[in-house]
Design a protein around this ligand. Structure first.
Ligand SMILES: [Mg+2]
Length: 366
């Protein structure tokens, strides 16, 4: 078992209601090696203002989870995930990395794609959404032109970062100049209880597909109140990490749908559970992500390929549109605005070990 903490350069600054990403994003990569030498890879993609820190992900895997994995039988995956859940609190991204690596390794040894291990395939492509979050909107105009020429049909506008006027101006400009794009809006908790209701109602008048997480994660009452006032679906993201949060969100009626992320749920299986709980309660599900490399995108792709309840597409765009260079040995495949589900064993593409070394801030002993 080997663990690396990487810093991956990015092409631009991006602002969100909860914080900014600029310069680079940091991830943790895990490699498990079986007795026969076969390897499986997984990624933890934390964001300190949202889920947790890369230092915590690294320590969770290298120090706390390692003793529960090394020397174990690969087929005891559920037991290892249960031990990982108990041996260190939170650190959901580290647990997602562990399950990803175990599934990749199992798939490679048994010659099955990861989606096959998650119940089988229900779709071969997934509509891609790209997020618009540059404080310099003229740079995002150039990105929007590129997206249209790449046949991308979905975008998510990151709102609540620089005033209501900036949000409405961007929405109106996109509606007028890029009519082929379907628009979703995500506030990333950026609104205050004082201004949230008025601003969300104004944005809802533009009829986006959905509005995501306008207020702080813990403000369930306010989420429910906003939901009652708009005729556009309200999605929960930061309010719902795993199945336990989904149960509460359902009881308290805070949302019409949920953004599913393996980094929040603590793995692919738990993310699948969140999607099924949402569907059973009449809600929709979206394939969200964090600031990830193509390795974590692959895990999310296999999850959605095996989970019919996730119907709103995915946002696995960083590999192609945000990282200066991805770490995979061949490109994460996006064609005609759709993520293409791999059909070969495991995750389908492996990281390039030279790139992992190139971007590593530190690595553990094997
Ligand atoms: Mg979000």
């Amino acid at each position: 078992m080997a663990v690396w903490h990487l810093s991956l350069p990015v092409v631009s600054r991006r602002d969100h209601g909860i914080g900014t990403v600029a310069g680079s994003c940091e991830i943790v990569v895990l490699r498990l090696t079986a007795e026969d030498g076969t390897v499986g890879w997984g990624e933890a993609s934390p964001w300190s203002v949202f889920t947790g820190s890369p230092e915590a992900s690294f320590a969770a895997l290298d120090r706390y989870i390692r003793p529960h994995v090394v020397g174990r039988r690969l087929s005891d995956r559920a037991a290892m995930m249960q031990d990982a859940a108990r041996c260190v609190a939170h650190c959901t991204e580290a647990k997602a990395a562990l399950e990803t690596a175990l599934l990749d390794l199992t798939g490679r040894i048994t010659n099955q794609p990861v989606w096959s291990l998650l119940g089988g395939q229900c779709r071969s492509t997934i509509p891609l959404s790209v997020s618009i979050a540059n404080p310099d909107f003229s740079a995002d105009i150039a990105l929007l032109e590129r997206l249209v020429s790449d046949s991308v049909g979905l975008i998510k506008l990151k709102a609540g970062i620089a005033g209501h006027r900036f949000d409405m101006m961007r929405l109106e400009t996109i509606a007028k100049d890029f009519p082929s794009l379907r628009v979703r809006v995500d506030f990333n908790q950026g609104l205050t209880p004082e201004d949230a209701e008025v601003r969300v109602m104004d944005v809802a008048s533009m009829q986006p597909d959905f509005i995501e997480q306008p207020v702080a994660a813990h403000q369930f009452d306010l989420m429910a109140r906003i939901r009652d006032q708009i005729d556009v679906p309200l999605l929960a993201d930061e309010s719902v990490f795993g199945p336990e949060d989904m149960a509460r969100a359902t009881r308290e009626g805070i949302c019409d749908g949920v953004s599913i992320k393996i980094m929040k749920a603590g793995g692919l299986t738990r993310a699948q559970t969140v999607a099924r709980m949402a569907a059973a309660n009449g809600m929709t599900a979206y394939g969200g992500d964090m600031f990830e490399s193509g390795l974590a995108h692959l895990a999310g792709t296999h999850l959605i390929a095996a989970t019919p309840e996730i119907t709103l597409g995915c946002e696995f765009y960083q590999s192609k549109y945000y990282l200066t260079e991805d770490i995979l040995e061949s490109a994460f495949v996006i064609r005609d605005g759709q993520v293409v589900v791999p059909q070969n064993a495991g995750l389908g593409i492996q990281p390039d070990p030279d790139k992992v070394e190139k971007y590593a801030l530190r690595g553990s002993a094997e």
